[in-house]
Write a protein that binds this ligand. Structure first.
Ligand SMILES: Nc1ncnc2c1ncn2[C@@H]1O[C@H](COP(=O)(O)OP(=O)(O)OP(=O)(O)O)[C@@H](O)[C@H]1O
Length: 338
């Protein structure tokens, strides 16, 4: 039987240009060997998610999420909990397109983005689970992230609103740190912080320097906690970000790799932002699901150190080996066995 693909596209996203290109897009996936059909999402809140779930259950081989990061998030939410998870591809048509940036998929050319499938390259991407929802790129909490809910949609990306903040001086008094308790692998933060952020890729709100060393398939989030900072300090940190990712060593910042995080507010409400949308209130447990979704990617263009490319079993074997070595007496670790 021929392989089957479904293009799930948002006819309202970004420039609304997808419809015009759909015949050419379908032809690309046919050429790649898939019997391909298209589904336009509807105004119902979860239509992309529900369609992705339906076709995955029917045994489709490939789902192409065409739209903004919101559409990709929904398709992932439709299939992430299933045993049979079709391969995914993305055709970016939103405003920020963080995910396409990380996978090096063309962002201005929908047919060109589809053609990446012809290279037959993919990455098994890590995704995040936040209580019972999934996210593909970012989870964040703290007052600074709450501001994003009030800003216009083109400023919705996590850091895109900084320009807006600079203009909107009336918002400055709202940038108050809150008390939070964040447990992560091997450590805990308890105190006042302006925000915390978990990233799965190096592409956060259009910036590639916020997480300069993200790996897409290492089973770990990059966690950033910005300790209590005022607006001036935030701007200083952003300057360090733009200056080659120097913020990661700043005393105001905790920067760690972790596979699990438990975030709790202390005497406050803490809203959580998942991939740029409100995702519920903390307490929340975040788990990294390693190498969970196979995504078509422009592998040639992705820096080598962003992809481990190891099958999960090899990775596990490596981890076991490292743990076993750690348990050895000091002499044996150094190669002395007598
Ligand atoms: N046919 C439709 N009519 C109205 N809204 C729709 C329709 N299809 C999907 N939506 C809504 O579009 C949103 C997802 O938008 P998506 O992320 O794809 O694009 P975007 O908002 O243009 O991109 P970005 O997030 O980068 O700004 C969801 O809230 C979804 O409910």
């Amino acid at each position: 039987m021929r392989k089957r693909a479904r293009v799930i596209y948002n006819p309202t996203s970004g420039r609304e240009a997808l419809k015009d290109d759909m015949i050419d897009i379908l032809a690309v996936y046919e050429k790649a060997g898939y019997e391909t059909s298209a589904y336009a999402t509807t105004p119902e809140p979860n239509s992309a998610r529900d369609e992705a779930y339906r076709v995955a259950k029917e045994g489709f081989d490939l789902i192409i999420a065409a739209g903004g990061d919101g559409t990709i998030n929904q398709v992932v939410n439709g299939i992430a909990g299933l045993r049979h998870r079709p391969k995914m591809a993305i055709i970016p048509a939103g405003t920020t397109n963080d995910y396409a940036r990380a996978l090096r998929i063309p962002r201005e050319d929908p047919v060109g983005a589809a053609k990446i499938v012809l290279k037959d390259q993919s990455i098994h991407m890590d995704i995040g689970k936040a209580n019972d929802q999934y996210f593909i790129n970012i989870a964040a909490g703290g007052l600074l992230t709450e501001l994003t809910y009030d800003v216009p949609s083109q400023m919705k990306s996590l850091f895109g609103y900084l320009a807006y903040l600079v203009k909107g001086a009336e918002l400055m008094p709202q940038i108050k740190p809150i008390q939070m308790d964040i447990k992560y692998d091997g450590g805990e933060f308890h105190g006042e912080a302006s925000m915390f952020l978990l990233a799965l890729t190096n592409s956060v709100g259009g910036f590639e320097q916020i997480v300069p060393d993200a790996s897409l398939d290492d089973g770990k989030f990059t966690m950033i906690i910005v300790k209590s900072a005022n607006m001036f300090e935030m701007m200083r940190l952003m300057t360090l970000v733009l200056n080659g990712g120097k913020h990661i060593n700043d005393p105001k910042v905790i920067y760690r790799k972790t596979s699990k995080v438990v975030a709790k507010p202390v005497d406050n409400r803490m809203m959580i932002n998942l991939d740029g949308e409100y995702g519920g209130d903390a307490p929340m447990t975040f788990k990294n699901l390693a190498r969970h979704i196979e995504m078509v990617a422009n592998l040639d263009e992705i820096p080598d150190d962003a992809v481990l490319g190891l099958p999960a079993d090899v990775q596990k074997a490596e981890e076991k080996f490292i743990k076993a070595v750690e348990k050895l007496p000091e002499d044996e670790k150094n190669g002395k066995t007598e």
